[in-house]
Design a protein around this ligand. Structure first.
Ligand SMILES: NC(=O)c1ccc[n+]([C@@H]2O[C@H](COP(=O)([O-])OP(=O)(O)OC[C@H]3O[C@@H](n4cnc5c(N)ncnc54)[C@H](OP(=O)(O)O)[C@@H]3O)[C@@H](O)[C@H]2O)c1
Length: 309
């Protein structure tokens, strides 16, 4: 059944691909953007302006909408200065609270909210294999606090009768943006090597599988929290080796020491140094089928030679 979907953060890595896919499937899509210049009466899909951090939203974006897909948030991959931290966290919680206020004040009959979250909710561990229920381990790290607050901001929607789904997204692999081009650049220039100890788990997902998962949850109206990762996470050294193999480049340097990464990236080095081995069984048990199970297949699809070359 076709839906009318409002997407926030639609200009990003996931949002762009998702918008295209939902339109191809015949859903009606509306976009809520922070970029004023994108708005014109002729823009398609219909586009509306908001600025969650300033508590601004064009409430007409909700007209006729049954489902909201929330992807909005300031980029995490930036130096975590005090002001960046406030923006990373505030943009995520404010997006949800501004949407909720608008729904309540418009009495908008939204049926379903599908909201992005991240596997950064799981505490750094090289031995645990995380299922969705394992989110109660705690520490005071910035990453954990951001994701916990982000997920907590989804809960009030259910009190208003909205079905809620949270997708804890792993490292999204895309050939042109996100983590993969950043990992490829040094390897292409013969200075690639595993990061830190290299044995930290990296739970990845091919962009197309993630987009398919959002579409599946939308049409099957799956509720609850799901890990959005491929069934086969890899350790960092395996990911580095697999990229080098596809690019046909040697890895000649020793691992980049943790201390250097901390010096270069500051506290944000947690993104590459933390280990989260995350399980995909729950979404598979609903009947969702992954296209890319293994890292080698995902990488050759994204960055391998084209079939005709
Ligand atoms: N990519 C990954 O590997 C990954 C992994 C785990 C979780 N996630 C989460 O999934 C969501 C989508 O990921 P993505 O990779 O597509 O992110 P992205 O490329 O950074 O896009 C996020 C979008 O959020 C909007 N945005 C930026 N700053 C904002 C602010 N201050 N207030 C409100 N909206 C703002 C922007 O859209 P407009 O300019 O149109 O407003 C931007 O295009 C993000 O929240 C991200 O944290 C991503």
């Amino acid at each position: 059944m076709s839906k009318t979907v409002l997407i926030t953060g639609a200009s990003g890595l996931i949002g762009k691909a998702l918008t295209k896919s939902l339109l191809n499937q015949g859903h009606e899509v509306r976009i809520l953007t922070t970029q004023k210049e994108k708005i014109s009466s002729k823009s398609l899909p219909k586009t509306f302006h908001w600025n969650p951090l300033l508590n601004q939203i064009d409430r007409s974006c909700l007209d006729g909408v049954d489902t909201i897909i929330n992807l909005a948030g300031a980029p995490i991959a930036q130096r975590w200065s005090t002001s960046a931290k406030a923006k990373i966290s505030g943009s995520r919680t404010a997006s949800l609270s501004v949407l909720l206020e608008a729904i309540v004040s418009e009495n908008a009959p939204i049926q379903h909210l599908i909201s992005a979250s991240a596997i950064g909710i799981y505490v750094d561990s090289k031995t645990r294999y995380y299922e969705e229920k394992d989110d109660s381990y705690n520490d005071n790290s910035f990453l954990r606090t951001v994701v916990k607050d982000w997920e907590a901001a989804v809960v009030p929607f259910s009190e208003k009768g909205v079905k809620i789904t949270i997708l804890r997204i792993g490292i999204v692999l895309d050939g042109h943006s996100g983590a993969l081009p950043k990992l490829m650049a040094p390897i292409k220039n013969f200075v690639g090597s595993p990061l830190g100890s290299g044995d930290q788990w990296q739970s990845w997902i091919h962009r197309d599988d993630l987009v398919a998962m959002f579409g599946y949850i939308l049409t099957h109206e799956c509720e609850g929290t799901f890990n959005a990762v491929s069934p086969n996470p890899v350790q960092q050294f395996e990911l580095t080796k697999a990229i080098a193999k596809i690019l046909k480049k040697p890895l000649i340097l020793p691992n980049v020491p943790k201390a250097i990464l901390k010096l270069l990236l500051g506290e944000m080095s947690a993104i590459v140094l933390e280990s989260q081995r995350v399980c995909a069984k729950k979404i598979q048990s609903t009947g969702f089928k992954f296209q890319f199970h293994e890292i080698s297949a995902a990488l050759s699809d994204l960055i391998g030679p084209s079939p005709s070359s």
